[in-house]
Write a protein that binds this ligand. Structure first.
Ligand code: C2E
Ligand code: MG
Ligand code: MG
Ligand code: MG
Length: 287
């Protein structure tokens, strides 16, 4: 495949492959220093009750800004953090920071934290959840851990055992990006998820009246209902998407329509005007 082979043939994709490998190498080096340099922060995106827009919780979303690379998308750096196992230490920082932040919000507001398969399989993971809870004082019932179907692909036994330990702590689990993975549904019998999060691609499809997306969302909502789980529709941006999601019976909505991921202080500010017990709503004008 090298251009030395076959008398100087130059393949068109070679420079871009090389550029990508180089970009990755530079990113990995920077990522190794990012924690100690304080280059991470979390943004928080509201998750609202579908019927009335009341804020049920926030999802913590990791952000990385490096002085040379600028802001780097999680879609780019999370896979590198996973491959290099840096995700372990980074994930612990995310847990601690998110739990502390949630302590500044009213008691009923929950915080969701994403957990990679790579993290879940580290033997120290359950301990790091215990420590994040005890250091912050956050009740376990307010912490929700989001995993994707991919965690079940490798070692089903280890994975379900770890998830059981987490449930025993009193934290809840949600199944992220549902419908985009390759795993079977068998694990839904084994693990009690509180919420199934329906991937944005289905939400967009449903709003376009795509029959497959409509059928899939209906089936997932029915499945979740039957299993005693809730549903969150991810990535609702338009009024049409929100209307369709409500019609299909999803319980919760998370998307730009109700709020973009925002700094912790802005999230705290949303509650500032409200008395305890008074529920904070995100209402949007029609049109
Ligand atoms: P995710 O967990 O499925 O998070 C939802 C993603 O959808 C976020 O992207 C969010 O900004 C985006 N989103 C929410 N509403 C809308 C919408 O209405 N329209 C559109 N176009 N996008 C919307 P983000 O923040 O770029 O994160 C991407 C992924 O990176 C996350 O997907 C999650 O898998 C991963 N990630 C983020 N933070 C962490 C973390 O702390 N730990 C781990 N392990 N993974 C993380
Ligand atoms: Mg998530
Ligand atoms: Mg998701
Ligand atoms: Mg996603």
């Amino acid at each position: 495949r090298s251009k030395d082979q076959g008398g100087g043939v130059h393949y068109g994709y070679e420079p871009s492959l090389h550029a990508r490998a180089e970009e990755r190498r530079v990113m990995e080096l920077a990522l190794r220093k990012a924690l100690e340099r304080g280059e991470f922060h979390l943004n928080y995106q509201p998750v609202v009750r579908a019927t009335d827009g009341v804020i049920e919780g926030f999802e913590a979303l990791l952000r990385w800004t490096n002085k040379d690379l600028g802001p780097v998308s999680p879609a780019k750096f999370i896979p590198i953090a996973e491959d290099t196992r840096l995700i372990g230490a980074i994930g612990e920082w995310v847990l601690r920071t998110a739990c502390h932040q949630a302590m500044l919000w009213p008691d009923h507001v929950r915080i969701a934290v994403n957990v990679s398969a790579e993290q879940l399989f580290q033997p120290t993971f359950v301990g790091s959840v215990v420590s994040a809870l005890s250091h912050s004082g956050l009740p376990p019932s307010r912490l929700e851990l989001e995993v994707t179907e991919s965690v079940f692909i490798n070692d089903f036994g280890v994975c379900t055992a770890t998830l059981e330990q987490l449930l025993a702590l009193g934290v809840s689990l949600s199944l992220d990006d549902f419908g985009t993975g390759y795993s079977s549904l068998g694990y839904l019998r084994k693990t009690q998820f509180s919420t199934i999060k329906i991937d944005r691609s289905f939400v967009q499809g449903a709003a376009r009246q795509a029959p497959e997306s409509l059928a899939i969302i209906r089936a997932v909502v029915a499945l979740a209902d039957a299993l005693g789980m809730s549903t969150t529709a991810e990535g609702a941006e338009t009024e049409a998407e929100v209307a369709m999601i409500c019609e299909l019976g999803c319980k919760k909505i998370q998307g730009f329509y109700f709020g973009r991921p925002m700094p912790g202080d802005d999230a705290t500010e949303l509650f500032a005007q409200h008395l305890p017990g008074d529920e904070t709503q995100i209402l949007r004008e029609a049109g």
